[in-house]
Design a protein around this ligand. Structure first.
Ligand code: NDP
Ligand code: MG
Length: 382
């Protein structure tokens, strides 16, 4: 039995993960589930999965939660400390990091420090602290397996050759709801338009990131650290069907890729089944139907966020923490109506340029820069 802590259980990744666990009840067991605010949803999940722990990470809810809604055998923990407690508990084998934003860093860190299998959806952890997390995993023997569909595809495609024979890793991008739009047309994008993703149903933050292509920028940085690549080894291609999840090009010119219908349950399951493969819960490719796989170069003029991703992947140091924090607040401001769509990458660029770069930051340095960038973005005016 693989005993799993699902952090961010009430989110898009979390609920897909619980579908996978329910489908493989003979091998997977949810022993801990977390939510931040939606404790009623968490209680419903707890009634089905009967976990040993439920964590409500917002400590202010301690007085408001109805204990009776949870199974009697489930212990309730409040606050972020509860996340670290379960992430490092000896009775937990695997931790699914499905929290959104840099808020997921501490628990991902605790799981890595404790040498767990870490199924990492929370890309922000790697964007903020990629080199530190990777060297921590190397020290503790933690197995870090990506859940992000592109990185899962790269992980699988890298099994076809030796690391030193990789020429390039090409991340695919759906292009989001505004693929083909000019910069001019993007000026008046509304929140509702940006939240309508053509191929994936996801949480609000990553959906906005997908519309600006900041998601792809974050994924470039994620890939850079996860796979030890250089900026020159990274590329992006727009592939509207979201069927090829990414590609690895080897020095001989062979390109190896992974295909499947867009559904996060597959990469989540792979992160839990690796190195095995199990019967899946996700839909399969239908080879009886005509299908088209298209590729286009990305439009870096309309989507300047992409260039930020390449730059930060190249520079490293404190850049990831600053870009990520600035973007998190920019997305909140866009959703709240106090920042326009095109301001998101523009403001991130300014704050990145203004920060005091440190090439070899500690975790404390990174958290300080994160706080600084959030403050800057809250005050940012056109
Ligand atoms: P959601 O917004 O759907 O879910 C986020 C989860 O995190 C919820 O359980 C939420 O709790 C919890 N949460 C929110 N804020 C905090 C906080 N401050 N502290 C602790 N927990 C918190 O996000 P997604 O599932 O879409 O994304 C999760 C992560 O996975 C992101 O990093 C995203 O980039 C990545 N990812 C997601 C994909 C997807 O298909 N959704 C694909 C690839 C990567 P509550 O419900 O109570 O608010
Ligand atoms: Mg992705």
């Amino acid at each position: 039995m693989n005993r799993i802590a699902v952090l961010g259980a009430t989110g898009s990744i979390g609920t897909s993960c619980l579908d996978v666990i329910a489908h493989h009840a003979d091998r997977l067991q949810a022993v801990a589930l977390s939510a931040n605010g939606r404790w009623q949803d968490l209680a419903v999940q707890a009634q089905q999965f009967r976990p040993r722990w439920c964590i409500i990470s917002n400590p202010e809810l301690a007085g408001a939660v109805d204990r009776g809604a949870f199974p009697r055998e489930t212990e309730l923990l409040f606050g972020a400390d509860g996340l670290e407690f379960v992430a490092s508990h000896p009775d937990v084998d695997s931790v699914v990091c499905g929290i959104v934003g840099a808020a997921g860093l501490r628990s991902a860190w605790a799981a890595t420090e404790a040498g767990k299998r870490v199924a990492i959806a929370n890309k922000e952890t790697l964007v903020v602290a990629g080199p530190l997390v990777m060297s921590l995993a190397a020290r503790t023997g933690a197995t870090l397996i990506p859940v992000d569909s592109e990185h899962s595809a790269v992980y699988q495609s890298l099994l076809a050759g030796r690391g030193e024979d990789v020429r390039r890793v090409i991340l695919t991008a759906s292009g989001g709801p505004f693929r083909g739009w000019s910069r001019e047309r993007l000026k008046d994008v509304t929140v509702a338009q940006a939240l309508a993703h053509p191929t994936w149903t996801m949480g609000r933050k990553i959906t906005i990131d997908s519309a600006t292509l900041m998601n792809k920028a974050l994924e470039l940085i994620e890939a850079r650290w996860l796979f030890g690549l250089t900026r020159e080894q990274l590329a992006v291609v727009v592939h509207p069907q979201s069927v090829i999840h990414s590609l690895v090009e080897y020095v001989d010119g062979s390109v190896v890729c992974q295909l499947s219908p867009p559904d996060m349950k597959l990469p989540i399951q792979y992160a839990l089944s690796w190195p095995e493969r199990w019967e899946g819960v996700s839909p399969r490719m239908n080879w009886q139907e005509a299908a088209k796989l298209e590729f286009f170069p990305p439009d870096t003029d309309a989507f300047p966020a992409l260039e930020l991703g390449f730059e930060v992947a190249g520079r490293g140091g404190t850049c990831g923490a600053v870009l990520n924090a600035a973007n998190e607040v920019a997305v909140e401001r866009f959703l709240a109506g106090s920042l326009s769509f095109l301001d998101i990458p523009a403001a991130c660029r300014q704050i990145l340029n203004a920060h005091t770069f440190e090439p070899q930051p500690t975790l404390t340095d990174l958290l300080r820069q994160d706080a600084w960038a959030r403050q800057e973005m809250m005050q940012w005016k056109v």
